[in-house]
Design a protein around this ligand. Sequence first.
Ligand SMILES: [Zn+2]
Length: 396
Amino acid sequence: MLRHLRDAGPRSRARIAVETGLTKGTVSSLVSELVERGLARDGEVERGGAIGRPAQSVELDGRRIGGIGVEINVDYLSVLVLDLRNSVVVAHRVALDVQALAADVVLDAVTDLAVRALDECARLGVVPIGMTLAVPALVDVEAGVVAFAPNLHWHQVGVVAGVVDRLAARTGARPGFPIKVDNDANLSVLGEFAMGSVAGTSDLVYLTGATGVGGGVIVGGRLLRGAEGFSGEVGHIQLDPAGHVCGCGRRGCWETMVGLAGLFRMAADAHDVVRNPSLDLDQRLEVIRRRAEAGEPRTLDALSRVGAALGLGASVLVNVFNPRALVLGGYFASLGAYLLGPVMCELRARVLALDIGGCRVELSRLGFTAAARGGAHVAFETLLDDPTVVAVAGEW
Ligand SMILES: [Zn+2]
């Protein structure tokens, strides 16, 4: 019933009974229990409607519990804590040249960031319910292991055990909530599906616009994972056999053409400020945007080439999945004004179905927070499966 309230929104007890097939008595007693645990509260009075007379609606509460999403990416680490209503409680991002550091050092930094978020939660009276780590990698979700992250140079890194051990060492106790790891594109598409501009769209393709380019795919309302959980590695589709060498060691992968490294290489010389990994990504992208606005030819040329290559690869995905929406995330969204034109031009030329199969192309409004938001959102699964993991109010 908690899941139903979250997914369907505020509604009366009578309506919940009709929709879930539970008796009114059962619904009332379950609602009382959720209210006692701070997970639901009385909302506005619902007027009329199909069921008849005005009724008090019930809505999600959960302001005092937090789902934590942590993203490890090539250029930064970020943490985001959401409450059950998807409001942001804590958000931080730090620039970090992850490629230049050993995995152990990165996990130390991840732990620092997690501890900072946990301290802030404690100060705000928010109880952590779970943590999900997002990594641009092939991930063995069950084992909590990053199998291979080409752009981080990680092979078989026990990310979950590493963070659990470090948190235990730092705080004196093992964390009292589950910690998981998943692929960043998967978590991003789940974030978009839950709270993005295309929320609830059941056929969805999301592209991470970062150093790596990954795809998160939702088909018929469900995340597509593949047999071993390794689907969505669209950045390694070879689109230019004579192209640049990719982080994966192969040549001409799509992400060499449209990933951040490709954009920076085309737009600027090696010592240019936009290629300085110690600067925050938004600042570097802002420089690109300002140059584009000023009509700087090299920047505009780089953006139009990236846009065309983005459309070329996207046409493959639209032909395969026929999504209702294609969401461009990360930097594809922040520089979307310059990329969307060439993307649409390529899609119209290359997708077989009329009107690109009814697919809308959207710029993500979640930007670089999509993966951490998705991670924070799915951290509530434990609670949705069993709301009694949260104590009754007053027993915190
Ligand atoms: Zn590759």
